[in-house]
Design a protein. Structure first.
Length: 325
């Protein structure tokens, strides 16, 4: 029976799906350096939170598959895994609706000042209503940066409730976007300047890391809000803190930060014009069940020698380890 190491326990349907199929060990630690000894004994590694780097991958000769219950692989050295003949299993398109719904929820919550109003009302401060911080969203423009599955789903929902949608994505043509009834901009700063809401939906790559910083916040309307349900390192957090403190922008709704789990003492945690949730956009009951079952199925398939299609590095199947399969 194969050994599967989990950084953290999966949602219960996933754990149940592993029963009797493999020997399972949960470390509650996703740092590959800290759990290297256990990784060396593993045939498969399911990484929920944490990272696995080149050093660990090269040291784990037994490892045959790395699985991410999601689509982001910025915490996996994919090049190293591919070089070792290790498929990196992902769960594509399974969380698009849930993440888009969360982005829309953040948009609505910060627009209507929900968090502060709830907190103050519970304190007996009914007059919080007289601050008139809430704004209407009908007719406002949401600039969606990144037009993959999640960006498309958010665009559809925002358009459906009367918002104008502007798309920026260098990998999508303007004709394709306008055919859907949305506007398109090929210029990042132009898209940012036009938006009442700026919603980020791109992966973390060397090109996108830190792409939203001082210059971009300066280009935003003073009444605009930033939404990030993508990856924390896309945003320069020091610049965001300054933009919120100085009211260069009106507010932010964040599901991700650079350091996770988020620290209570983080400067963003102290700001009333910032809503923060704990990287939970895809963590709905329905979506999580789909993701963990897909993750388990893919992990077991690779361990059984199958060329599982949902991997971020399909070129791995050209590796000598996979020849003849």
């Amino acid at each position: 029976m194969k050994n599967i190491l989990l950084s953290h326990e999966l949602y219960q349907p996933g754990m149940k799906a592993l029963e009797g199929k493999a020997k399972v060990c949960v470390t509650n630690n996703g740092d590959s350096n800290a759990i290297l000894g256990q990784l060396k004994e593993a045939d498969g590694f399911i990484l929920r939170i944490g990272k696995i780097d080149r050093k660990a991958i090269e040291a784990c000769e037994r490892l045959k598959v790395i699985t991410r219950p999601g689509v982001g692989v910025d915490n996996v050295d994919v090049a190293a895994a591919t070089k070792q003949g290790i498929p990196v299993v992902i769960c594509p398109s399974s969380n698009a609706r849930a993440v888009a719904e969360h982005a829309l929820t953040l948009l609505l919550s910060i627009s209507k000042n929900i968090v502060e109003s709830d907190t103050e009302t519970r304190k007996g401060n009914f007059s919080v209503r007289n601050q008139y911080k809430a704004v209407d969203i009908q007719g406002k423009t949401v600039s969606i940066l990144g037009f993959g599955n999640i960006g498309k789903e958010l665009a559809r929902m925002c358009h459906g409730i009367g918002m104008e949608v502007l798309v920026y994505d260098p990998f999508v043509t303007g004709d394709a976007v306008t055919a859907m009834g949305y506007s398109y901009s090929a210029d990042l700063l132009e898209a940012i300047a036009a938006g009442d809401y700026i919603s980020l939906h791109m992966p973390s790559t060397p090109e996108t890391q830190g792409m939203i910083g001082t210059e971009q916040f300066a280009a935003m309307k003073s009444t605009a809000y930033l939404l990030n349900c993508a990856r924390g390192d896309i945003v320069d957090e020091d610049a965001l803190v300054e933009a919120l403190e100085k009211r260069i922008i009106a507010g932010a709704g964040l599901d991700v930060l650079i350091e996770e789990p988020m620290k209570a003492e983080h400067p963003l945690m102290q700001l009333s014009n910032c809503i923060i949730t704990p990287h939970m956009a895809a963590q709905t009951q329905e979506t999580t069940e789909k993701i963990v079952l897909m993750a388990v199925e893919g992990t077991l398939a690779v361990l059984n020698g199958e060329k599982w299609p949902h991997v971020c590095n399909p070129e791995v199947y050209d590796h000598p380890k996979w020849k003849g399969r």
